[in-house]
Ligand binder design. Structure first.
Ligand code: SAH
Length: 226
């Protein structure tokens, strides 16, 4: 593996140690680190920024959106505690990088993206890379994906001003929702929400983060699906 790719993994491991007191985890699972190693981030980045593909920072992916920094991708994935049987919903497909990481670890990934161009590019990318277990739909993720629910894990990769109620409803008992919550372009908190077997909802604050906003636009419709 090229040095820069190995460095990306080393940086993730170092950041995990630095943030352990906040996240409660000193390292991420071997399976998560293996997925971070197996998926080539460069394949999800526009050519103009490809040289920075393995930097531990966010990068532009077009349409005013960004791919998250690799450490945050690894952390959010680790928090989901996926198994090979898991069915996961992602809100905010963007480049498709996070979905590809999830697809390495889970049985099936459903991903929602409101910008048709991004949804279409991600779909093509998944086909080219041979991912058969990711389904992308262009729709408002605020409402979740009722037809595919319930989910073992839900990951939202844009900042919500409040927790979308549909996402809690579509979580299987025992399921985990990882979501940044806070005002747009300001301080947001990464939350881990667990729907316990008995039905209670438990919320844990994990870390301060900065995400592009989750846009709750009721006019987003399914223009690219058929
Ligand atoms: N997970 C992505 C990063 C996505 S950035 C990756 O790995 O590249 C956040 C994405 O959320 C953007 O593409 C944005 O268009 C999308 N988004 C914002 N609000 C949304 C909504 N209500 N429903 C679906 N997607 C949304």
């Amino acid at each position: 593996m090229a040095d820069t790719r190995q460095q990306m993994l080393d940086t993730i491991a170092t950041e995990a140690r630095y943030t352990a007191s906040m996240t409660g985890r000193r390292q991420f699972s071997e399976a998560v680190m293996q997925a971070m190693s197996d998926v080539d981030r460069a394949a999800f980045i526009p050519p103009a920024n490809r040289e920075q593909a393995y930097d531990n920072g966010p990068l532009p992916i077009g349409n005013g959106q960004t791919i998250s920094q690799p450490y945050i991708v690894a952390l959010m994935t680790d928090l989901l505690e996926l198994t090979p049987e898991s069915v996961v919903l992602e809100v905010g497909t963007g480049s498709g990088y996070q979905a590809a990481i999830l697809a390495q670890l889970a049985r099936q990934v459903y991903s929602l993206e409101r910008i048709p161009e991004l949804a279409e590019t991600a779909r093509k990318r998944f086909a080219d890379l041979g991912y058969a277990n990711i389904e992308v739909r262009c729709a408002n993720g605020y409402d979740g994906w009722q037809d595919r629910a319930p989910f073992d894990g839900i990951i939202v990769t844009a900042a919500a001003s409040e927790i979308p109620p549909a996402l809690i409803e579509q979580l299987r008992p025992g399921g985990r929702l990882v979501i940044p919550v806070g005002p747009p372009y300001s301080y947001q908190e990464l939350l881990l929400i667990t729907r316990e077997e008995a039905g209670n909802i438990r919320t844990q604050k994990i870390l301060g983060v900065a995400f592009v906003p989750l846009i709750n636009d009721q006019n987003t419709n399914d223009v690219t699906r058929h």
